[in-house]
Design a protein around this ligand. Structure first.
Ligand code: UT7
Length: 325
């Protein structure tokens, strides 16, 4: 039996030039490099320059992914851009990316699932590709969280950073087995009972302002590992795979302690875990494609490798994706 799979053709990323270190943050709020590293694993984060928007980061990441794939932008007929920090309330930042790439056919839209945005975007694009509606998709995660942080709130401003990552997917016929290349399974979940634990206190319909990020960090932490591991177990069960089969675990990069605890609970060996939270901080929807690109470029993730992705964030939303590179 054959199956249409969404196969990865390439990936790319972009980070703003400016780096903000823990020491620099400690000069602004009552915190320390020691506290941030010990509690989160974060050492630095990138911050978008004035006038540098989410679309600019996304366009750079998309161009890098297209170059890596070795394909012409004109062959892309779907762009899904996951972001919680769009350039404007509307139109979608995805159409700015589409226009900058000179694409005037197909469809482009934004998707909002906060830190789980890339997984939700991947699952959406995968379903469109497998249905035959589109042939080649760009899935992008791009954020400028620096614009929605309360820089006086030490409990949140030390955690996040800006950046973008993208992958190119193509619908390809595969044998229909777990040894196929491409996305093998995705699992998405949400539970709105947790809305007030991680949210932004503004918006076009409520306050008419952009607002600032608010988080009950300990509450998010408490739920994170259980939710993450649940959807990963779903992915293992659906595909008949186990932690031993995984070549690389590329989790959402929010906190090293959450990542370590999730890997430990699932019996995923530490050397299989891709970590970038130390360098990027939490870049929300951008964190997974940023980490993936690092691991592909440094030669860790290779064609044929089984790669496990997961994310959890505001909403709460959470999800997993298992794919063969
Ligand atoms: O992307 C998806 C969503 N986000 C997450 O996954 C984040 C989940 N949560 C976390 O990662 C952690 O809860 C944090 C890193 C946010 C916080 O770590 P924690 O170990 O849960 O610390 P805490 O919130 O329990 O705070 C411990 C102490 C508090 O002081 P007291 O009450 O014990 O005196 C805080 O006021 O640390 C204090 N604190 C800080 N101290 C220095 C909070 N932020 C800071 C800071 N520097 N930046």
């Amino acid at each position: 039996m054959t199956a249409i799979r969404s196969v990865v053709l390439g990936c790319g990323s972009y980070l703003p030039r400016q780096i903000l270190t823990n020491a620099e943050l400690a000069a602004r709020v009552d915190t320390s490099d020691e506290w941030i590293v010990q509690r989160t694993g974060i050492k630095q984060r990138h911050i978008a320059a004035e006038g540098e928007f989410t679309s600019h980061l996304a366009i750079n990441a998309a161009r890098a992914a297209l170059a890596d794939a070795g394909i012409d932008a004109q062959s892309i007929d779907l762009i899904v851009l996951a972001t919680s920090t769009p350039d404007n309330t509307f139109p979608a930042t995805a159409v700015a990316v589409q226009n900058a790439l000179g694409i005037h056919h197909g469809a482009a839209f934004d998707l909002q699932a906060v830190c789980s945005g890339f997984i939700f975007g991947l699952a959406s694009a995968d379903n469109f590709l497998r249905s035959g509606a589109f042939k080649r998709a760009l899935v992008i995660g791009a954020e400028t969280f620096s614009r929605i942080l309360d820089w006086n709130d030490r409990a949140t401003c030390v955690l996040f950073g800006d950046g973008a990552g993208a992958i190119v997917l193509e619908a390809q016929p595969q044998p229909g087995e777990s040894s196929d290349r491409g996305i093998l399974t995705t699992h998405l979940r949400s539970d709105g009972r947790h809305q007030s634990k991680l949210y932004v206190d503004g918006g076009p319909s409520s306050t008419g302002t952009v607002g600032h990020l608010r988080m009950e960090g300990r509450e998010v932490f408490k739920h994170a590992v259980g939710m993450i591991t649940d959807v990963i177990v779903d992915a293992f069960q659906k595909t008949g795979t186990t932690a031993d089969d995984i070549d690389w675990f590329v989790p959402h990069q929010a906190n090293k302690r959450i990542i370590d605890a999730s890997a430990h609970k699932l019996h995923i060996a530490p050397q299989k875990v891709v970590l970038t939270v130390d360098q990027h901080g939490n870049t929300s929807a951008a964190s997974i494609p940023l980490a993936l690109t690092v691991a592909v470029r440094d030669g860790r993730v290779k064609k044929g490798d089984l790669v496990l992705l997961e994310a959890m964030g505001g909403g709460f939303t959470w999800g997993s994706a298992l794919l063969r590179w």
